[in-house]
Write a protein that binds this ligand. Structure first.
Ligand SMILES: NC(=O)c1ccc[n+]([C@@H]2O[C@H](COP(=O)([O-])OP(=O)(O)OC[C@H]3O[C@@H](n4cnc5c(N)ncnc54)[C@H](OP(=O)(O)O)[C@@H]3O)[C@@H](O)[C@H]2O)c1
Length: 275
């Protein structure tokens, strides 16, 4: 049985390969990407499902960033895994994903529904936002902009998503399930700014923008206007409390609590850089 890891060069993928002690077969898009992964690799692309090397009984970690062909490619890879007799697909979605959701929530919702109907044993990891995003959100003037309002968000360290994936991919295949993953607490963005200030050693403040202003702000930063508006709207939805609760899922699956934001920032090699 082989554990096939897609998205292997990404944040979760690298952490997952480390969790697996290199006992994985990574899919990379370019041969030179395989050299420093620490495991066996093949060259392929999710847009070419047949290039994903699955033998009967293999277990597949299906993950990538979002691009316009994301839904079609992920669905096709799921069909390929089913046809090849995969024993399990573990994928990364987002908490609360629904097919009619905004941005990534909608795309993941469509893929998740396809996976649930595929006939392959499945596990869907549904994390909230990653702590890894936060340091890079601080601008030169020490500001983080968002439209979350005062609502708390239980950000998670992406390495804890990888730890859950590793556990599910190495234990006997269990029941199909969606795993809502959060960090240990749900701070407000004012509290997050205070933690970032502590880690960076300089003032950081959260600037809350009403949705229309948030849309304008993200458009000025280079997002196309519709995506900028959807991003601000999504932040407001998140801030309404839907990511305010924490779950015990990381501890339940992995046997230790998830990392706190402070631990994450203290362990980050360079908390000023997006990782
Ligand atoms: N960031 C968050 O706050 C957050 C929160 C909840 C859920 N998520 C979800 O987490 C996932 C992203 O995980 P991540 O942060 O580990 O990703 P990441 O660091 O952005 O890495 C993306 C990986 O996907 C690979 N990839 C992209 N397109 C591909 C294709 N066509 N074929 C094969 N590989 C492809 C990339 O390979 P290359 O190196 O070749 O580009 C890379 O290995 C997304 O589904 C996202 O919606 C993110």
């Amino acid at each position: 049985m082989t554990i096939v890891v897609t998205g292997a060069t990404g944040t979760i993928g690298r952490a997952l390969i480390a969790e697996l002690g290199g006992a994985a077969l990574a899919l990379v898009r370019r041969p030179e990407q395989g050299a420093d992964l620490g495991c066996a690799y093949v060259v392929g692309d999710l847009e070419r499902p047949e290039s994903v090397p699955i033998e009967p009984g293999d277990r597949l970690f299906l993950n990538s960033s979002i691009w316009p062909g994301f839904v079609a490619a992920h669905r096709a890879v799921i069909d390929h895994a089913a046809a090849r007799g995969a024993a399990q697909v573990v994928t990364v979605s987002v908490r609360g994903a629904t097919p009619d959701g905004l941005l990534a929530s909608g795309l993941h919702g469509q893929v998740d529904d396809h996976l649930r109907a595929s006939g392959v044993p499945w596990s869907i990891l549904a994390p909230v936002g990653f702590m890894q995003n936060l340091p890079g959100d601080v601008d030169e003037e020490g500001r983080i902009f968002g439209s979350y309002g005062p609502g708390p968000v239980g950000y998670i360290d992406a390495r804890d998503v990888a730890a859950v994936a590793a556990a599910l991919l190495t234990r006997p295949v269990g029941d199909d399930a969606t795993y809502e993953l959060t960090g240990p607490s749900a701070p407000t963005h004012d509290e997050i700014a205070a933690e970032l200030a502590r880690a960076l050693g300089r003032p950081v403040r959260y600037v809350d923008l009403p949705v229309e202003e948030g849309a304008g702000h993200f458009a000025k930063r280079g997002l196309p206007a519709p995506a900028a508006r959807d991003l601000a709207l999504l932040m407001a939805q998140v801030g309404d409390g839907r990511w305010a609760t924490t779950t015990t899922t990381v501890a339940d699956v992995v046997g230790r609590p998830p990392r706190s934001l402070r631990e994450f920032l203290e362990q980050a090699e360079s908390p000023t850089a997006r990782r």
